[in-house]
Ligand binder design. Structure first.
Ligand SMILES: C=CC1=C(C)c2cc3[nH]c(cc4nc(cc5[nH]c(cc1n2)c(C)c5CCC(=O)O)C(CCC(=O)O)=C4C)c(C)c3C=C
Ligand SMILES: [Fe+2]
Length: 457
């Protein structure tokens, strides 16, 4: 059914787990360089190690060896084979694989996985005549495709777009919207956590680009790999569901800086510093649905809130650096709180300056959004930046595809956004233009598919 292009399927668990916002520290993600098997381009059989090494080194020599995965930390020697061409050596970026289902992980990939360079967010609505069986068959097809592509394998009848790219940290994450449950006769099993988000005063939402029966988040460190996955999943949906909306985003390319750093957004701020870390004792409780939750099919799952937030960059960029820093409560250069220290130093919210005013202003974004201002509420932010060209007035149509993860959206996103809505210094520079809320079930069981316990339970 499929052609293996990046060595045999990886079954190892995560090594070098990294924080989604920082690419270092913490756990999460399960990204591993693909293992060393080398398929022969013509026959698919393994090449003798000596031959494959020679071929590889030839390619390495031509390409320059820096960054290539040849006996690196993971000992991996990865190649990908175009159908009739010589194998292409992969760097660690191309060969890194995120497991579709890890041995002991109960949640889907793409939640604690480190930020990827490219992302597509896509919502589908089930076809008018679709029922629960149609939905189940679609999720089965989608899960199979996701597992294949995340392992670096491509379908036989393939366009070849990603043939020599390797898995490139591809993740595909599936979610179910409020309307999915009505469409599939499962209204009674819809979790209250999917109740529609309240209206916020700053909302200017476009219903056509909001919500949807089904949602997919695709992320990869290679734009061709991400597009390839999007296209394959769209083809799988033919006749069962049609595209409702799609958004494309990006982050800094991994490996661009010598030391991994927390991402910057299009306002130039270091964004993601105070994300909950998988090493925090309450991380699972905050981000994932509890193991004893009433909705058994959601145990180990999470809820995603997706917002397309356009940044009013012309207004923002007129502000001095000092003004911009007061809006957030942190420095732009290194992300440190205005009360001093480095990026990871805790904010001193009670510190006052010689003028008697709080050093981190009362309306600073980081103060208002902090757990201390929200009865302990916290969410995991895992966004992509977007740029969809320029508007008629010449302003960039650019901003943040804000994706955040939590066990309970009412206690996390809604609580924090209500607070921000009432007086966040950042709000005048933002427009919330689209919104979605999705239940993201746990990872598929071996041989199963995402959502099976709901659809067949
Ligand atoms: C409802 C939740 C949030 C929305 C919407 C949101 C939008 C948004 N934020 C930034 C930039 C930054 N946010 C920062 C911190 C921060 N933001 C939220 C929540 C929302 N942000 C939280 C929970 C936090 C952490 C607060 C804390 O515990 O300290 C920061 C500071 C650095 C960091 O910790 O990440 C920046 C910068 C933008 C640009 C934006 C919308 C486009
Ligand atoms: Fe924020």
């Amino acid at each position: 059914m499929s052609k293996q292009t990046s060595g045999k399927k990886a079954t190892q668990k995560a090594t070098g787990k990294r924080n989604p916002g920082t690419r270092t520290g913490g756990q999460g993600g399960g990204r591993v360089p693909a293992p060393a098997a080398v398929p022969a381009p013509e026959t698919g059989a393994s090449l003798a190690p000596e031959l494959s090494r020679r071929r590889l080194l030839g390619t390495v020599g031509a390409a320059g060896a820096a960054g290539l995965v040849v006996g690196g930390a993971g000992g991996a020697l990865a190649v990908t084979a175009a159908q009739d061409a010589a194998p292409t050596a992969l760097t660690s970026i191309g060969s890194t694989e995120v497991a579709f289902r890890e041995a002991r992980a109960t949640h889907q990939a793409g939640i604690t996985t480190p930020l990827q360079a490219t992302g597509h967010l896509v919502a589908f609505d089930l076809a008018p005549d679709a029922d629960r069986k149609t939905a189940a068959a679609l999720l089965r097809r989608w899960s199979r495709t996701a597992e294949e592509l995340m392992a670096g394998r491509t379908p036989d009848a393939d366009t070849g777009v990603a043939l020599d790219a390797g898995p490139s940290s591809l993740t595909v994450t599936f979610g179910l919207g409020h309307s999915f449950f009505d469409r599939t006769g499962l209204t009674k099993r819809r979790p209250v956590q999917l109740d529609p988000l309240p209206d916020f005063s700053a909302d200017a939402l476009d219903p056509g680009r909001s919500n949807g029966d089904l949602w997919i988040q695709i992320g990869a460190d290679d734009a061709l790999v991400a597009f390839h996955a999007l296209r394959a999943l769209q083809k799988d949906a033919a006749g069962s569901a049609r595209l409702r909306w799609q958004m494309n985003g990006f982050n800094r390319t991994p490996g661009a800086t010598a030391q991994p750093r927390t991402a910057r957004n299009l306002m130039g701020q270091i964004d993601g510093t105070n994300n909950p870390k998988p090493s925090d004792k309450d991380f699972d409780e905050r981000i994932f649905v509890a193991r004893d939750a009433d909705q058994a099919w959601m145990r180990g799952g999470s809820y995603a809130v997706v917002r397309r937030i356009r940044m009013l960059l012309d207004d923002w960029e007129k502000r001095s650096r000092h003004e911009q820093e007061k809006v957030i409560g942190r420095r732009k250069d290194n992300g440190a709180p205005l009360t001093g220290g480095s990026e990871t130093t805790p904010m001193r919210l009670d510190a006052t300056g010689s003028d008697g005013l709080p050093v981190i202003p009362a309306n600073a974004h980081a103060r208002i959004a902090a757990p201390a201002s929200n009865q302990g509420a916290a969410l995991l932010r895992r966004p992509f930046s977007f740029h969809d060209g320029f508007r008629e007035d010449g302003a960039p149509d650019a901003g943040l595809l804000f994706v955040c993860w939590q066990a309970d959206p009412l206690r996390a996103f809604t609580q924090i956004q209500r607070k921000l809505d009432r007086g966040d210094a950042l709000s005048p520079f933002l427009r919330h233009e689209a919104s979605g809320l999705f239940a993201v079930p746990p990872a598929a069981e071996p041989g199963g598919y995402v959502g099976r316990p709901l659809l067949e339970g």
